[in-house]
Design a protein around this ligand. Structure first.
Ligand SMILES: Cc1cc2nc3c(=O)[nH]c(=O)nc-3n(C[C@H](O)[C@H](O)[C@H](O)COP(=O)(O)OP(=O)(O)OC[C@H]3O[C@@H](n4cnc5c(N)ncnc54)[C@H](O)[C@@H]3O)c2cc1C
Length: 384
């Protein structure tokens, strides 16, 4: 078994050495946000698709190749350490699995091949003003007229909406006894008339997120996933995909950068205070990886809300602490060297580390904030 894993890791390393061009590595090393630039992601996506490794854990009939979750984890570890660009999760990790579980045969045949090949780029339209943590409060309306829904309202914080061909979204089709009732899951072509995308520039200077407005947008009923009003159950399933078990490789990448920077910046690497902080984050990362691997080996269940909440909490908070190490390691002047308003900013290590640190503040907000995860743990695990 161990030798199988070693030989698989070797195969992945060999592929990355051969396939990651110098340009892609540089783009990966400069990536500020959680996902790389869409054009870079699309390039890397096509290379993985050509190799047959874009959806390795999907069922074989939909393009999977039978990798175990552990093999996928090893692939993610090696990709992170090789500074491969991080491809958006909206299509491959969220919408694809949803269509496999809940889509009709026609929807799967129509959407999955283009999602896998990278021809279609997806975004996630859940949050709205006043409906983030309390997602069931969403108010964007979908009113049925014959064989179409007419969608009116707005979505907020939509990552890469400005690059997307399609959005999977939740809309209110009726009001029921509880806010969770009457929510419908729709797939919307982003070129449909009536959609306006307004950029939001974050404090790190990146344009990743947007507000999207819908004014009389016509969506064929054929683009509804599941039955009308069943959107909440589908959405809950999707949040498990979004929260569960994918942080260890990302933290390792940040720690590796911190070590490299500290080694390059005079004697910082030998200073006890820095080394203590570095050791603390490394130990947290070991614990995080152990938790993720237990999940992958089936020792704990992904369907337990507590598991995904624990890993989301530990993963994002450890990533933030690791990003602080990079700022420290790239010099205390980094905070002052960063000016997000300067278009000509020279992306020195200090500036990149600072931009990443600022961007990373969002990790404990998106996908369910830390406070919300703690509430879930208090309720379910501690029975409070
Ligand atoms: C960078 C980024 C990218 C995102 N990308 C997407 C995307 O692609 N698609 C999408 O649909 N959404 C996206 N989001 C939205 C994200 O899911 C929401 O921001 C998140 O769910 C929090 O909702 P909110 O912003 O409305 O804050 P609120 O829910 O208003 O929360 C504000 C504060 O109150 C706290 N709080 C809220 N409720 C409770 C409670 N019950 N108990 C204790 N504290 C509480 C929160 O923890 C937070 O600190 C993104 C967000 C960010 C920052």
């Amino acid at each position: 078994m161990r030798s199988d894993i070693r030989s698989f890791r070797g195969e992945v390393r060999e592929f990355l050495t051969r396939s990651l061009s110098a340009e892609l590595r540089i783009e990966g090393a400069r990536q500020i946000g959680v996902f790389c630039e869409a054009s870079v992601g699309r390039n890397w996506h096509r290379i993985l698709y050509a190799r047959g490794w874009i959806t390795p854990t999907w069922p074989r009939e939909f393009g999977g190749i039978g990798w175990t979750p552990l093999q996928k984890y090893i692939f993610d570890q090696e990709s992170a350490l090789a500074e491969a660009p991080t491809i958006s999760a909206a299509g491959l990790q969220m919408c694809g699995p949803i269509l496999i579980h809940f889509g009709t045969p026609e929807q799967r045949a129509r959407f999955l091949p283009r999602l896998r090949s990278g021809d279609d780029y997806w975004c996630q339209g859940y949050s709205e003003p006043g409906a983030g943590s309390d997602l069931a409060a969403l108010a964007c309306r979908a009113v049925r007229h014959s064989d179409e829904y007419i969608v009116d309202g707005t979505k907020l914080w939509t990552t890469h909406a400005h690059h997307a061909d399609w959005m999977f979204m939740l809309a209110r089709s009726s009001t029921g006894e509880r806010p969770q009732h009457g929510i419908t899951f729709l797939l919307i072509d982003m070129r449909t008339p009536g959609i306006v995308i307004q950029p939001i520039v974050s404090m790190s200077g990146e344009h990743e997120v947007n507000q999207v407005f819908f004014d009389g947008v016509r969506v064929p009923v054929a683009n509804r996933v599941g039955a009308e009003g069943d959107g909440w159950d589908i959405a809950k399933r999707l949040l498990e995909f979004e929260r569960g078990g994918v942080y260890g490789p990302r933290v390792r990448r940040i720690i590796a950068r911190a070590k490299r920077l500290a080694g390059a910046s005079g004697d910082l690497w030998n200073q006890p205070d820095f080394r203590r902080r570095f050791a603390a984050v490394s130990i947290e990362t070991d614990a995080l990886e152990a938790g993720e691997l237990r999940l992958l080996e089936g020792a704990v269940s992904a369907s337990q809300a507590t598991t995904s909440s624990l890993l989301k909490l530990a993963g994002t908070e450890t990533m933030q602490r690791a990003s602080e190490l990079c700022v420290l390691a790239s010099g205390t002047g980094a905070a002052y060297a960063y000016d997000s308003t300067d278009d000509e900013i020279e992306m020195r290590e200090g500036a990149i580390s600072m931009a990443r640190y600022l961007n990373m503040r969002a990790a404990t907000i998106y996908g369910g904030s830390s406070e919300v995860q703690r509430n879930i743990l208090a309720k379910i695990a501690l029975d409070l």
